[in-house]
Design a protein around this ligand. Structure first.
Ligand code: HAM
Length: 423
């Protein structure tokens, strides 16, 4: 095989996550897990690839399914796809494994959408989220919205807005789609080409428009509130009452329809004020009461949300949160003999839970000390011919002028602990 003309690079819309940002992501997932596990949610990990049919349920009229899916035929001749989100996979897992209800789960993982890449919009992106299957109670909607809100707060975001709406039950929604379709038809002449094309496939999506020329028309569109049944109106009222009781500030967004087709009743979105309008949704979710049935399971209510990890990190940066700091090892071993001591001591320290690194390939005292300094370690452990001879090591504090001291090699772990390593 010959080398490529140009070195390989990541594909458009895909990124390498390098340290220290990769560490910040892991911390974010840990914080999120802490918040939702307190509420009884447990982790689920559906696969990255599923039969295409699983994801078609996300909505055959949506961009996610019609334009952005990474689907292909696998080596068994089956139509499969990389997941564009996790809700459908979680619902499929529910159907397959029949867990006890309520099934309260959380996840963290990568999804793929072949979107037009730009800042905050990638083809490979990470989400954290929760799903609950098997409960039809508006107080659960309150719990789920509150968890989304609380997670973002705990992650340090301050300038966020919570938008909520109810798009009614299955029949309300069907009536509403027809009303919006008829309305858009009556105003054809004023709509952009793009809006007309969207209206053909999925009239509700036109209501989400950001285009100035369409906004004026959309402002006059019928509202779902006019088409909600008494039962869905009562459900929504109870949700709002709950959010008031928990003092979670929300805004009613009567035109919030969301980009996926499975939603019923409560829908919500979290918007970061610090981000550009086109990519400012840091999370969204809602009820999807028909999804499990669509995947071959029994009638089952469902609700959940997903937060976009990439956008949360961008929003934190835009809000001026401190940058991710590189994580340093605690100890750097400087071996001025043949390297055997560095090999053995790093192993010994790590076994004792003390983080340690070394330089490979030897080098002068000066160059090894330079590496020690660059590693960010607090202490250098030095071994030269004299120390080897006397069975000692020299411990030097790299971040203060404290005098260095010889320590019997067998006491090194105890000495470092005495000096305050983290373990
Ligand atoms: P979604 O609104 O498509 O919902 O995505 C949720 C969040 O993922 C968005 O608010 C955004 O922050 C992030 N996101 C989506 N696409 C991209 C992208 N191309 N690049 C970067 N970030 C992105 C869902 O995925 C539903 N499954 C949420 C849900 C769970 N509904 C019920 N349960």
């Amino acid at each position: 095989m010959t080398a490529p003309d140009q070195p390989f690079r990541t594909l458009a819309g895909m990124r390498d996550l390098l340290p220290p940002e990769s560490g910040r992501r892991r911390d974010l997932v840990a914080t999120f897990a802490g918040v939702v596990e307190l509420a009884g949610y447990r982790e689920v990990q559906p696969p990255l690839v599923e039969e295409l049919g699983v994801f078609l349920r996300v909505g055959e009229a949506t961009d996610v399914v019609t334009k952005e899916m990474y689907d292909f035929e696998d080596k068994d001749g089956r139509r499969v796809a990389l997941r564009p989100e996790l809700t459908a996979g979680v619902a499929r897992a529910f159907v397959q494994h029949h867990p006890q209800v309520p099934w309260k789960v959380w996840y963290a993982g990568t999804s793929f959408r072949h979107e037009r890449p730009q800042k905050g919009r990638y083809r490979s992106f990470d989400q954290v989220g929760v799903e609950v299957l098997g409960v039809d109670d508006p107080d659960l909607d309150v719990e789920v919205v509150a968890l989304a809100w609380e997670s973002l707060r705990r992650l340090g975001l301050e300038r966020i807005r919570l938008l909520v709406n109810s798009i009614g039950d299955h029949d309300d929604r069907a009536r509403y789609v027809e009303a919006v379709r008829a309305f858009l038809d009556s105003r054809r002449g004023e709509l952009s080409e793009a809006a007309l094309a969207t209206a053909e496939r999925n009239p509700l999506r036109v209501l989400d428009t950001q285009r100035a020329e369409d906004l004026a028309v959309v402002a006059d569109a019928p509202l779902i509130a006019e088409h909600r049944s008494a039962a869905s109106a009562a459900h929504f009222e109870r949700v709002l009452l709950g959010l008031d009781a928990l003092e979670i500030p929300y805004e009613l967004a009567p035109r919030l329809v969301r980009g996926l087709d499975y939603y019923r009743r409560t829908t919500f979105e979290l918007v970061a004020e610090s981000l550009d309008a086109a990519q400012n949704a840091v999370g969204g979710g809602g009820r999807y009461d028909g999804l499990v049935e669509d995947l071959g399971g029994p009638p089952t209510d469902g609700i959940g949300f997903a937060l976009g990890v990439d956008r949360i990190l961008l929003a934190l940066e835009a809000e001026g949160a401190p940058e991710a700091q590189p994580v340093a090892v605690e100890v750097f071993v400087v071996d001025l003999t043949d390297g055997s001591s560095a090999r053995d001591l790093t192993h010994e320290l790590r076994s004792a839970g003390i983080s340690a690194d070394r330089r490979f390939g030897g080098g002068s005292m000066r160059s090894q000390m330079k590496s020690a300094d660059r590693s960010g370690a607090q202490w250098a452990v030095l071994i030269g011919a004299d120390e080897l001879e006397s069975g000692t090591v020299t411990v030097r504090d790299l971040r203060s002028d404290a005098p260095q001291s010889p320590v019997p090699r067998t006491d090194l772990v105890a000495e470092l602990r005495r000096r305050g390593t983290t373990t």
